[in-house]
Design a protein around this ligand. Structure first.
Ligand SMILES: CSCCC(=O)C(=O)COP(=O)(O)O
Ligand SMILES: [Mg+2]
Length: 237
């Protein structure tokens, strides 16, 4: 691999990139599924929660007087791993309780922790782009197994900027960042996200943490972990 133009900004995905897919699917999603009905019952009168529930009703075309139907829809979306904005925002509110009550800490790979801290220290501008809400992103890094990583990041993007497989989302991020696309490195484990970022002109590295390198890997820079991303960045790979 050879490094491209000088990178000033790194935008990273979370699930499968900084953090394990298992943590998201075996800890966070089940916690949300277990506590959703109670949370909605207890908080449905809260202004922010009521607005989110109204969004669910509108998006799913549900009758607006059936709270059990709304909860059932949310459970179905959790099961199907739907990246629907009001669901992701509600999950963030639920996970806040879980983190604050010490039920879990945010999983971050040791290599991601070490390199994110080192990159931030050397002045690299670091951002997160995840389908998880901005609040959920701050929680996974704020309550990480390695302590609070949020000081490393200059900003966060979620589905409010657009869906992760859409080119326009990366163009929107670029216009927020105010840098040229080739200065930006996007890290992800999902080929369709890399393809969209690349079409917007960003540089990309594909994190393949486990298993075989997919055949499509020939078209991308591929790294097993953040140490390999760093080797590529400094041109020793
Ligand atoms: C912020 S941690 C939970 C991540 C999440 O909810 C999710 O759907 C994963 O999305 P990603 O875009 O990081 O793959
Ligand atoms: Mg991912």
């Amino acid at each position: 691999m050879t490094s491209g133009p000088k990178i000033s900004t790194i935008v990273t995905d979370i699930e499968g990139t900084t953090s394990s897919i298992r943590f998201v699917h075996e800890v966070l999603f089940p916690y949300a599924a277990e506590h959703m009905a109670r949370f909605v019952q207890q908080n449905q009168a809260r202004e922010d929660v009521a607005a989110l529930l109204a969004d669910v009703v509108a998006l799913a075309g549900l009758p607006d007087d059936n709270i059990d139907g709304v909860v059932a829809q949310l459970q179905q979306w959790i099961q199907d791993d739907q990246k629907i904005t009001p669901l992701k925002t509600l999950q963030g509110l639920l996970w806040q309780e879980g983190y604050e009550q010490g039920h879990f800490k945010g999983h971050v790979y040791a290599d991601a922790n070490a390199n994110l801290r080192a990159w931030a220290e050397t002045g690299m501008a670091l951002y997160v782009y995840s389908s998880g809400s901005v609040a959920a992103q701050k929680l996974i890094f704020g309550y990480s197994e390695f302590g609070d990583l949020t000081p490393c990041f200059k900003g966060y993007f979620d589905t409010h900027i657009g869906a992760k497989r859409e080119v326009q989302s990366y163009r929107n991020i670029l216009s927020e960042l105010g840098v040229t696309p080739e200065q930006v490195l996007f890290l992800s484990d999902i080929e369709a996200e890399l393809e969209a970022a690349s079409a917007a002109g960003m540089q990309t590295v594909w994190l393949v943490r486990d298993g075989e390198i997919p055949a499509a890997g020939a078209q991308y820079e591929v790294a097993r972990d953040f140490d390999e991303v760093n080797q590529w960045l400094i041109g020793t790979r």
